[in-house]
Design a protein around this ligand. Structure first.
Ligand code: CU
Length: 449
């Protein structure tokens, strides 16, 4: 039977009753639906081998039922509405109410049976990226199976012969269906709970869309010039923070299903890649990094010990990928004197403000009027002012004493006295004093915060 506790663990209000009634009549597992874009709590296993469940940023884990020793899941491919950030919703295609689809979690050695119902306006399939499985289960429409027609349900069934981090996406009108947001994670936990165990295990997919400000549907023909650079179809400032308790062992699994590579950079730590979508990386084959390039169509998982408390930025290092909807054909005005032309324009439009002559930082502070259903190019406020970011940016929040399983945003980090950059006013700290006080290098009178 379906495990209700797991369903409730994933969300309080998941199930569309009508869909449930319809599908259960046919003997299919219930197809849970998620309505929210907020990160849902991890789902602890209630039977079988123990594992530490993953946390899908701004996502959720798909419930399953056991049927004679087989784990049964039900994915529904369908049009969805996804909130990318407050004030911006996209009309995408996804699974079970969201894009990306829910994370599937199972254990090495499990046999899984995945029902895929097609509620899209065209045929589809699902390819299980990175998995070792029978050729006929590989999900390549036309090659390994007929495409799943509109309204039909197909079954994929195979043994999970190895643990690791995999992805799923259509192999059927792939360019369109992936540009519309059809993708998800498939995490196979090791049979031995002690193998590669961590305290916190985050997963997110890199995805990108081209959505004109004020519109809702991605332009699927775009190849390079995207304007929404997302983690799990979400952009800064509304990507959830990665909340970590100090001294936790942390894993971050990042899959790239965009059309370009993304160097993911995390501040404050060095770390090592411990897993790719090809499998676990042997300890002797690892090396330290502070940025990890995630190639197209690949997954990299890295690990670190959360020794340093703080608010640590994590972002794509392509600076255009930490911007939201922006035009790329705007001329550069740095150093240009716009005073004369501004005077003239103000006669017709008094609210006109010349921009970009000193750089673009003023855009981060300004509350400009923008079209409905879009989000400013750079935005977000921190405790010390505008953060001037967008797109692929979030914060790893490392704090003392966060309980296991607690992922609630702890707020902003307060830097201990003497550990924050300060304004120099002609005075330097007393060398003797700073040596005695170890970290006391900030002049006492300086104002910060
Ligand atoms: Cu990037």
């Amino acid at each position: 039977m379906f495990n209700r506790r797991q369903l409730l663990g994933a969300s309080a209000a998941l199930v569309s009753t009508a869909a449930w009634a319809k599908t259960s009549n046919m003997g299919l597992p219930e197809a849970a639906v998620m309505e929210k874009a907020e990160t849902q709590p991890p789902v602890k296993p209630t039977s079988g081998p123990d594992y530490n469940p993953v946390v899908t940023l701004n996502g959720w884990t798909l419930p399953y039922r056991m049927n004679n020793g087989v784990k049964e899941f039900h994915l529904v491919a369908e049009p969805v509405e996804r909130e990318m950030a407050e004030g911006m919703t996209a009309y995408l295609w996804g699974y079970n109410g969201q894009s990306p689809g829910p994370t599937i979690e199972a254990v090495e050695g499990d046999r899984v049976r995945i029902f895929v119902t097609n509620k899209l306006p065209e045929h589809t399939t699902i390819h299980w990226h990175g998995m070792i499985l029978p050729s006929g289960m590989d999900g390549v429409g036309g090659l390994t199976q007929p495409h799943i027609p509109v309204g039909k349900t197909f079954v994929y069934e195979f043994d999970l012969v190895k643990s690791g981090t995999f992805m799923y996406h259509p192999h059927s009108d792939e360019m369109v269906q992936m540009a519309m947001g059809m993708m998800g994670f498939f995490v196979v936990h090791p049979k031995d709970p002690k193998f590669m165990s961590v305290d916190r295990d985050f997963v997110f997919l890199l995805n990108a869309y081209d959505i004109d400000p004020g519109s809702y549907v991605p332009k699927v023909m775009e190849m390079t010039d995207f304007n929404m650079w997302c983690w799990n179809s979400r952009v800064f400032p509304d990507i959830s923070p990665l909340v970590v308790s100090k001294n936790d062992r942390v894993r971050v699994r990042v899959g790239n299903l965009t059309m370009t590579n993304h160097p993911i950079h995390m501040h404050g730590y060095d770390f090592e890649v411990t897993c790719t979508d090809g499998g676990w990386v042997r300890p002797e084959a690892r090396w330290p990094e502070v940025s990890i390039d995630i190639p197209v169509g690949a997954m990299r998982a890295y690990e670190f010990d959360a020794k340093y408390a703080g608010d640590w930025a994590i972002h794509c290092h392509k600076s255009h990928h930490t911007m939201n909807a922006m035009g790329h054909d705007i001329p550069t005005f740095i150093g240009v004197d716009k005073t004369k032309v501004a005077e003239k324009i103000k006669k017709i439009r008094p609210e006109y403000m010349p921009m970009g002559t000193k750089g673009m930082a003023d855009m981060g502070e300004m509350e400009m009027e923008i079209p409905e259903n879009t989000i400013p190019m750079m935005t977000g406020w921190g405790p010390h002012g505008p953060i001037e970011m967008g797109g692929m940016f979030s914060v790893v929040k490392v704090r003392e004493g966060i309980s296991a399983g607690d992922y609630a945003d702890p707020g902003w980090y307060e830097n201990p006295p003497g550990t924050q950059a300060w304004e120099w006013t002609g005075e330097v700290p007393d060398a003797t004093k700073s040596k005695d006080a170890k970290t006391q290098i900030t002049p006492k009178h300086s104002s910060h915060g």
